[in-house]
Each structure stands twice: as C-alpha cells, then as structure tokens.
Write a protein that binds this ligand. Structure first.
Ligand code: DC
Length: 230
C-alpha cells in the first residue's frame, strides 16, 4: 500500500503530539515532533545566555546555528524518538516552562526556521510520516495528502498543560500556564515568517470537548480513507 504524508498543525497544547504519535504507531509511520526541534535550539540559546538572562543576543545564536547538531534517537522502551542536542538527550529539559517561555521568540527567527524546515523536508522525503508543528501543512509539506488543523479553547489547553507540568513535578500556577499558552498563540500566529495558520485544504479538528479515544478513532478513519485513495 502507498504511504502518505500526514501534516498535523495547530495551537500549543491541543494534544497534537499525543495524537500524532498514536497515529504513526498504528500506521507504522515515522513520527516527528517539530516543536522539539525549536525547543532544543531554545535550550541551546538559554544555556549560552543568548536569551533569558537579561540582554538578548540572537545574532550570536544565528552565527552558531551551523554548529548545533539535532537528532531524534528512537527509544524502544518509550516507543518514540527522543531529542538529542549535540549528542545529549535533552528530552526532559526542553519541556520545562522556562523553555516554553522563550521558544516562540526563537521560532520567529528566519534563519532558525530555514534550517529546521530543510531538515524536516529531508526527513519526509520517503513519505510514511506523521509530522506535527505549526507550519507543516503550509510550508514544510504543502503537498501533504492529509492535513489536520487542531484547535481547542485556551482554557482547555492550559488545563491539560498545567496537569502535564504538575505530573512532571514542576511548580507552576494555572494562571501562568494560561498566559504562556495565549502569548505563544499570539506570537506564533503573528510572526513574519511562516506564521501559524490553517492550510486551505486542512481539516479542522476542535477537541475542546473530545476525549483522546474519540479523537484517535476519528483521525484514524480519516487517514485510512485518505490512504485508500492514493
Ligand atoms: O509544539 P510545541 O508547543 O512543543 O512547540 C513549541 C514552539 O515551537 C511553539 O510555541 C511554536 C514553535 N514551533 C514552530 O514555530 N513551528 C513548528 N513547526 C513547531 C513549533
């Protein structure tokens, strides 16, 4: 059976990655979380004091971009690939509130976007891929056979994210998480280079009041129909 490309875009904390991961597993496709790539560059920028410690020095980050090595390494125990930054597993470090605070600033940079989009295009050359992010259906794979655009109310998303962070032992307040979600929505959809927007031919999926099982079943049946047509 022919393999297709599945692009899943949408606002932060809409559960894109959970769903994309499940779908990739079911179809035996590769899963790529592009947010992890933007987060890893942000972690690198924070560690080098280019952002998050007073004065921003983003031009210095841009100069060092060619020296940043990003890699997804499969973890068979977890069933998905983890993000490595210059050979260090940073899967945990890139999910903190601190990284979430600065990642939209880093994701606005044209040179960062250019570098990551090129890497993502290469990863999808063979098709058989589920990729999630903000610009997958619009910029990375404009010809993807299936495009999904996920939304949910900011409150529903902040509640999910808040629980996730508490489960990981981070001390955060719900108000801070809600503010971060709304701020990122704004920056992600108003930036100059490849802003977050629904691709014209994407299927919109509002999951504010939908459980995971229902979302997965719906999405899988959409994907199956799409694969049959190819
Ligand atoms: O999916 P996420 O919340 O982990 O993504 C983190 C940030 O990275 C998000 O606020 C916007 C940015 N991002 C992007 O600009 N383009 C992508 N394809 C993926 C993420």
């Amino acid at each position: 059976m022919s393999k297709i490309t599945i692009a899943i875009d949408g606002f932060s904390s809409t559960g894109k990655s959970t769903l994309a991961k499940q779908l990739a597993k079911e179809l035996n496709y590769v899963y790529v979380d592009t947010g992890a790539m933007y987060r890893a560059i942000t972690l690198f920028a924070m560690r080098n004091n280019f952002i998050g410690s007073g004065e921003e020095r983003l031009e210095d980050l841009v100069k060092l971009l060619p020296r940043i090595k990003l890699k997804f390494v499969p973890n068979p125990k977890l069933g998905f690939a983890e993000m490595y930054l210059n050979d260090e597993n940073v899967e945990k470090q890139i999910r903190t509130m601190q990284v979430s605070k600065y990642v939209s600033r880093i994701a606005e940079l044209e040179q960062v976007r250019y570098m990551l989009v090129e890497m993502q295009k290469t990863m999808g050359k063979e098709k058989g891929i589920v990729m999630d992010g903000r610009d997958i259906g619009t910029v990375v794979f404009p010809d993807a056979e299936l495009k999904i655009f996920m939304t949910a109310s900011p409150q529903a998303r902040a509640t999910r994210r808040y629980k996730e962070l508490l489960d990981r032992g981070e001390e955060v307040s719900y108000e801070d998480v809600l503010e971060n979600v709304q701020k990122r929505d704004f920056i992600d959809s108003h930036r100059e280079f490849s802003p977050l927007r629904k691709a014209d031919n994407a299927i919109e999926f509002d999951n504010s009041d939908m459980g995971l099982k229902e979302q997965f079943e719906r999405l899988l049946s959409i994907a199956d129909r799409c694969i049959e047509k190819v």
